[in-house]
Design a binder for this molecule. Structure first.
Ligand code: BGC
Length: 763
């Protein structure tokens, strides 16, 4: 009761702004409210607001609360329950000006219920499903007192060696931009100030996905044209959708670290794009300016960052330590600090925290007894989204779907891997709550009787790799190793295979292999598992590979060996059930690749929308002096947009409503889609456009629209796309965004390669 009264007092104080001496500024006028508040703040209190700390086991809680009460901390991340965050907010309410704290977390693909990794979400090409996953993540996180997430991560990635490929939405500017907007709207719901919403902070600004050689944290060197055309639009889309925050990338851009980059943070983000929100550094990034070699010490690093417009410093103490001295010495202006403080306070205002600091923390008596209670989870939703994200890569002789009456050998190190189901950045997800493939298939079969399990192989036989993957796991190793000799594991699996009608092998990467700082030089399935696949193939039994991985893999051999391949990425809490739904045909797969699968690592980059060149390789006309690698087949293993179904789809009668388009006009591109198979199913009709001749070289094609369509067996539908001048615009040599008259090819297909084409002219 006492607590309640106090809470009421805080809220009523806050709602008139908590300013003792001056007349309260009305809460409704955000600018006046913040200006008024800032007038009351000491320099220390201002600098305190710029400090974002990570809550870890090494941080004594009492000390943190003291610091908060002294006004020295603006927000935290990594504390994720109401009862953890309430005492910190109480401490903020004891501070002189009672400025509320915010609580942040990496809510990337779910919170407690884990949805498929972002690359998998993108594979669904299903904007409703993606929205739904983000909305649930926001609701779960907000119910746990989280105010803001460091997501969506919209870094275009065209180099699958980069481990964070798993965390983004793939290689394509248009698709990633669409999803960026959807995710921001999903997180923020009716507004970042709603009790069931969290603020989105898009990351990593900018170009992080283009690190040289796919090696994490490496440099980025990129032409302004390529930036504007290919890499920047997804961040812009997130900001246009209202993202309240931006997380700044760890990499440098053309010689200047993003964290010290005034062009990026000021000229582009704030002036050109009109961003008015919060810019947060990445973890320790201000300090890293010294390592980058652009600051000689912490003082200079803090100066560069504040001058560039980095509002909050994530987990390094440099702002607190250096800003007062820099100000005193006249090396920075009061306005540099004030601008940053204003943005932090504005973000808190936008999150609804001044009106109610306990908006998402709620009352102690309402705290859930069990934060992981089943009633708080969203299992059915996670299963539905996961099914939509699986991509069928091969299905010879209709090996899939499996009959529930068949005797099935389930083998592979990922068949019973609850941690790996969740993928990396699994927020507050709990491995014990994951449905593994073994669990999912067992349930689908109504018991274990038809399933013969054998591990078959370890994730890796390379001790060095294993140690690397387990390096950061203090409590228990994340990648568990079966100590028996590799041959014993294989023999056991072969025995299981021989006694079965069909073999399902769950193989690929452990989740830590596709994560921050997990770059690879090879893209194949680790050797220990390849040996297993070889032995399984030799049994002559039909072989289904269920892949779990966070990046495109090179699967040349496996494509030959397997009768069916299902790409399941890391499919989340309900992954095992979702995969079983597809394996047994209870759901007809509909996913399409959001990223190209190369034949080998040497082909990278292999993105589909590359620029036209003077000597392109022409299929069917091999020979010297064309652009190719002479020692392998040219082209990807699986193209962007590719994915099979248990039914067959055909496209016919592609037509354009006119052969010309006026600048203000519209063109209709249509095609007849027919489900010619025996099952109902969904597919994605994709529209690509090629600008044949431009003032600068244009890509061979670019995705410009798509539609996910459900058709009953035998059903036909005419699919229409509208094309306007906007779809034809690009950044020219002067970085002006405009369309140029001339010929355009329009292509419609069910992947990026196998397309129907018609042309028109823009007048
Ligand atoms: C990552 C960010 C993440 C942050 C906080 C950093 O290492 O690069 O993406 O938001 O840690 O967890």
């Amino acid at each position: 009761m006492k607590k309640l009264c106090l809470l009421g007092l805080f809220v009523s104080l806050a709602s008139h702004s908590v300013l003792a001496d001056n007349l309260p500024a009305p809460m409704e006028n955000k600018d006046a409210f913040i200006s008024n508040l800032m007038k009351q703040m000491t320099l220390e209190e201002k600098i305190g607001q710029l400090r974002l700390i990570s809550i870890g086991p090494e941080m004594p809680r009492e000390m943190i609360r003291k610091e908060i009460a002294a006004g020295n901390i603006g927000g935290t991340f990594n504390s994720i329950t109401r009862d953890e965050n309430r005492p910190m907010q109480d401490a903020a309410m004891r501070s002189r000006l009672k400025i509320p704290m915010f609580f942040a977390y990496d809510v990337i693909h779910g919170h407690r219920t884990i949805f498929p990794i972002p690359l998998a979400l993108a594979s669904s090409w299903d904007m409703d499903a993606i929205y739904h996953s983000g909305r649930i993540a926001a609701k779960e996180a907000a119910a746990d007192s989280i105010d803001i997430t460091f997501a969506p991560m919209v870094d275009i990635s065209r180099d699958p060696r980069w481990g964070r490929t798993s965390e983004g939405f793939g290689e394509d500017t248009y698709l990633v931009s669409r999803i960026a907007g959807v995710m921001v709207k999903a997180f923020q719901g009716t507004g970042a100030n709603a009790a069931d919403s969290i603020m989105a902070s898009v990351k990593h600004f900018a170009l992080y996905g283009a690190v040289e050689g796919g090696r994490d944290y490496n440099t980025v060197d990129m032409s302004p044209l390529k930036m504007h055309q290919d890499y920047l639009p997804p961040y812009r889309a997130a900001i246009d959708a209202g993202a309240g925050g931006v997380m700044v990338a760890l990499n440098s851009i053309n010689g200047v670290p993003a964290t010290a980059n005034t062009w990026l943070m000021n000229d582009l983000l704030r002036k050109e794009w009109g961003f008015k929100g919060l810019a947060v550094s990445d973890h320790g990034a201000i300090f890293e300016l010294i390592k980058h070699g652009v600051a000689k010490d912490g003082r200079e690093a803090a100066k560069l960052a504040i001058k560039a417009g980095i509002d909050m410093s994530m987990n390094d103490s440099l702002y607190g330590k250096e800003l007062p001295g820099l100000l005193k010495a006249g090396e920075i202006e009061q306005s540099d600090i004030d601008n940053a403080v204003r943005e932090v306070l504005a973000a808190k205002y936008d999150m609804g925290l001044f009106k109610d600091p306990y908006l998402r923390i709620g009352k102690a008596e309402d705290d859930p007894a069990d934060v992981y209670a089943d009633s708080r989870m969203h299992r059915a939703d996670a299963r539905d989204v996961a099914r939509r994200s699986l991509v069928l890569l091969e299905n010879r002789n209709q090996t899939l779907p499996l009959k529930k009456t068949a005797k099935i050998a389930l083998v592979g190190p990922l068949a019973k891997a609850p941690i790996d189901m969740m993928g990396s950045w699994a927020a507050a997800g709990r491995p014990a709550l994951s449905v593994t493939l073994f669990d999912g298939m067992t349930r689908a079969l109504g018991g274990e009787s038809k399933l013969i399990y054998a591990r078959g192989a370890n994730i890796t036989g390379d001790k060095k790799v294993l140690d690397y993957l387990n390096f950061l796991n203090f409590d228990a190793p994340e990648v568990v190793d079966d100590p028996r000799p590799a041959q014993v594991l294989i023999d056991e699996a072969v025995k299981a295979a021989k006694s079965a009608d069909v073999v399902v092998a769950a193989v690929g990467e452990s989740r830590g292999m596709s994560h921050e700082s997990s770059s690879r030089t090879e893209l194949n399935i680790p050797a220990s598992q390849r040996e297993l696949i070889k032995a399984l193939k030799a049994t002559g039994k039909p072989l289904v590979l269920v892949l779990m991985n966070g990046r495109p893999l090179s699967l040349l051999e496996e494509k030959q060996q397997a009768d069916a391949i299902l790409e399941t990425w890391f499919s989340g809490t309900e992954g095992g059930n979702a995969i079983a739904d597809v394996l047994f045909g209870d759901y007809n797969p509909s996913g399409k690749l959001p990223i190209t699968f190369p034949r080998s690592v040497g082909q990278i980059p292999t993105y589909y929308n590359h620029l036209s060149i003077g000597r392109p390789f022409t299929p069917g006309k091999p020979g010297n002096y064309t652009s190719q690698y002479f020692d392998d087949t040219t082209g990807p293993l699986y193209p962007f947009g590719y994915g099979l179904s248990y039914t067959e789809f055909s496209l016919s009668d592609m037509a354009l409503s006119s052969t010309t388009l006026n600048k203000t006009g519209k063109l209709d591109a249509s095609v007849t889609l027919e489900n010619t198979g025996k099952r109902d199913g969904e597919t994605v009709v994709q529209l690509y456009i090629q600008d044949v001749t431009g003032s600068i070289i244009r890509p061979v094609k670019e995705l410009k629209n798509f539609r996910k369509v459900m058709l009953k067996a035998g059903e036909k539908k005419v699919i229409h796309f509208t094309i306007t001048e906007d779809d034809l615009k690009f950044f020219n040599a002067q970085l002006k965004y405009a369309a140029e008259p001339g010929k355009f090819n329009v292509q419609i297909g069910l992947d990026s390669q196998d397309v129907k084409q018609q042309s028109f002219e823009l007048l």
